[in-house]
Design a protein around this ligand. Structure first.
Ligand code: PRP
Length: 209
């Protein structure tokens, strides 16, 4: 058998959903389910090798060709960009990017430059550039909802899934920025060199979504 196709999965929920999908395809994912602290696991009957990584690193490994494929959120793809093929919308990991402010705040009034806090500065910048609106973007590492509460920012561009975090902190969505879901990405060279294997896997995946 040829060497396994390496697929990088974003650790956490996308990893679990992807393993569920591979099992639906009939592949035995016992090694991944019982991984302990191991980071590279075989799925032998699919001739796959699963690599577990943080979202940004999934893109880095696929871009550099050390992983042939990856499963990563559209949020990370929009923020990092990069050179790879984005071939399948896997449909899980659904949420959205949204602009949110303190409840009742009139974000679009006044002439002063607005300040936006976000973990995704490139996404926020391109959203406001498309509007022709000058903003100051401040990068925050997590719990971005704090920034308007502490009056560091007028608004945030962040991921909203259920809306609970916003609600419980007195914030509200004032505009959707972009829908998000998990995507299957493929290294450009791998797709050429292992086209038949990769396409056959993608066909199976698409038939089971
Ligand atoms: C994400 C996001 C929001 C929250 C949204 O944060 O940044 O804070 O989830 O989910 P909800 O709409 O269902 O409440 P995450 O849990 O990844 O933590 P972080 O903000 O510390 O990165």
């Amino acid at each position: 058998m040829s060497k396994p196709i390496r697929i990088a999965l974003t650790k956490g929920r996308l990893e679990k959903d992807t393993v569920g999908l591979l099992e639906k395809l009939g592949f035995d994912c016992t090694a991944v389910r019982e991984k302990g602290r191991k980071l590279i696991l075989p799925v032998p009957d699919a001739n796959l090798e699963v690599v577990l990584a943080k979202a940004n690193d999934v893109i880095t490994y696929v871009e550099h060709g050390v992983c042939d494929m990856g499963v990563v959120g559209k949020d990370t793809i929009m923020e990092m960009k990069g050179k790879f093929f984005e071939l399948v919308d896997l449909g899980f990991g659904r949420c959205k990017f949204a602009l949110a402010t303190k409840k009742g705040y009139d974000f679009y009034s006044g002439y002063g430059i607005k300040t936006i806090a976000t973990k995704y500065p490139n996404v926020a910048r391109s959203f406001f550039e498309k509007k022709g609106m000058d903003t100051e973007i401040i990068k925050i590492e997590g719990s971005v909802e704090l920034a308007p509460l502490l009056e560091l920012a007028d608004g945030i561009v962040d991921i909203v899934e259920t809306g609970t975090t916003l609600k419980e902190n007195g914030l509200e969505v004032i505009e959707d920025v972009a829908p998000i879901s998990a995507r299957l990405i493929v290294n450009t060279v791998s797709l050429k060199l292992r086209q038949a294997e990769i396409e056959s896997l993608i066909e199976k995946i698409q038939a089971n979504l």
